[in-house]
Write a protein that binds this ligand. Structure first.
Ligand SMILES: Cc1cc2nc3c(=O)[nH]c(=O)nc-3n(C[C@H](O)[C@H](O)[C@H](O)COP(=O)(O)OP(=O)(O)OC[C@H]3O[C@@H](n4cnc5c(N)ncnc54)[C@H](O)[C@@H]3O)c2cc1C
Length: 369
């Protein structure tokens, strides 16, 4: 028994030495590198705090997403929660990162063309788009001819919308962190966390705080797994269109050009029961049928993606401190609009941890007792 304990401690020390971390006290350990992890790391870099990131990237919802930013819920013509308020800060953060990484483009400004299907929908578009809250995002109706898409009632056109190349965004940060030896590409093992006075030890690492940005992976986290994260599986197909369209089309599915690939993403499904990450043939067939109804030219399916959106019972993010272990924090529940919400929420959480600024009640996990 003693031998095994000795062996385990020895292995931890070796692992820490390999990373040159043995003596250093880090400010933060971050677990998970999706858009939440990216946004929190950016706060740490801007505020010159030290950190190490753990990420498997195996269950990454951000990489399955299209990265579209659009604050308006087009089904109901309402603004998504805080989306219009948080979007400018998100775009600022992505822009700053673009400027720091010359040669990379992360932001693509693209209009969304919402296919209108009746005179009633045309009238609704015209009246809603004139309201002050929507003016910034909704333009008039276009009767443009788009290749392969018939729309006798035209398209409601959106502005100040677009896509973030989330794949590139995460891969650039991963590369930088790897170079600096700040990324561990393995699963964080909760059982190995030790609480020592006012800091934490993990496999020979010392840190003041751990922030869990694990997306749906949070379900397996013994510290925060009790939170009401439901998870909504989403699947999309990657297609090669015979006649590409250069804007995002929204009908009963969306069709979005994927930057720099010549491909389009068509999606997405919403499944509240299946919590696996396996792409299914049902979803592929379902999406292909919907795409055929929208796009009347030939297309080829070249791939499929699946991810679990970290959705919450009350549709609000999950941020805050653990009730018992004061050094542990969670940043989750970004739902269907991670690209817009994550940067601003990351700033709030950072300021909460470091400057003790209270979190808004709506996002604080204290609301669940
Ligand atoms: C099909 C689909 C389309 C979408 N489209 C959009 C869109 O257009 N626009 C938009 O804003 N949002 C979209 N979303 C939602 C968006 O993807 C999520 O809001 C967002 O990605 C959640 O980010 P996250 O960082 O919280 O989690 P994730 O991106 O899932 O990242 C969590 C990371 O933590 C890692 N991890 C978990 N546990 C551990 C552990 N113990 N140790 C180490 N690593 C761990 C995971 O492997 C993963 O890499 C879409 C989602 C889906 C599924």
């Amino acid at each position: 028994m003693i031998y095994f304990e000795f062996l385990s401690v020895y292995m931890e020390i070796c692992s820490a030495k390999r990373f040159n971390f043995a003596k250093k006290m880090f400010d933060f350990i971050i677990v998970g590198l999706g858009i939440a992890g990216w946004s929190f790391v950016r706060q740490l870099q801007e505020n010159k705090r030290s950190f190490v990131v753990f990420d498997t990237s195996a269950e990454n919802s951000t990489l399955a997403s299209a990265g579209v930013f659009n604050p308006v819920i087009l089904k109901r013509f309402t603004l998504a929660w805080k989306a219009a308020e948080y979007l400018p800060y998100a775009l600022l953060q992505y822009k700053k990162y673009e400027l720091e990484n010359t040669g990379h483009q992360f932001i693509y400004d693209l209009p969304i063309y919402r296919k209108l299907t009746s005179v009633a929908e045309q009238n609704e578009w015209s009246s809603v788009s004139g309201r002050p809250v929507f003016e910034k995002y909704m333009n008039g109706i276009s009767h443009e001819h788009l290749p392969g898409i018939e729309s006798p009632f035209g398209f409601g056109v959106m502005k100040n919308t677009g896509m973030i190349d989330v794949n590139l965004l995460l891969s650039v940060l991963r590369k930088q962190l790897k170079k600096q030896n700040l990324l561990r590409e393995n699963r964080f093992d909760y059982k190995r966390v030790r609480f020592v006075k006012n800091h934490i030890e993990y496999e020979g690492l010392k840190a003041k705080y751990i922030v869990f940005t694990e997306g749906f992976g949070l379900k397996k986290n013994p510290f925060f797994g009790h939170l009401p994260l439901m998870g909504t599986k989403g699947e999309s197909i990657l297609v090669k269109l015979s006649k590409p369209v250069n804007m995002i089309i929204k009908s009963n599915i969306f069709l979005a050009p994927l930057p720099g690939t010549g491909l389009h993403m068509a999606g997405a499904t919403y499944n509240w029961t299946d919590k696996s990450l396996t792409p299914t043939s049902e979803a592929r067939i379902h999406l292909a049928e919907k795409l055929q109804k929208l796009y009347h030219e030939p297309f080829e399916i070249v791939g499929q993606k699946a991810g679990i959106r970290p959705t919450v019972k009350d549709r609000r993010p999950l941020l805050g401190r653990h009730g018992e272990y004061e050094n542990l924090f969670v940043f989750n529940g970004l739902g269907t609009r991670g690209v817009i919400l994550a940067p601003r929420l990351a700033k709030m959480l950072f300021e909460h941890i470091v400057f003790d600024i209270p979190l808004p009640e709506k996002v604080d996990i204290k609301r669940f007792g």
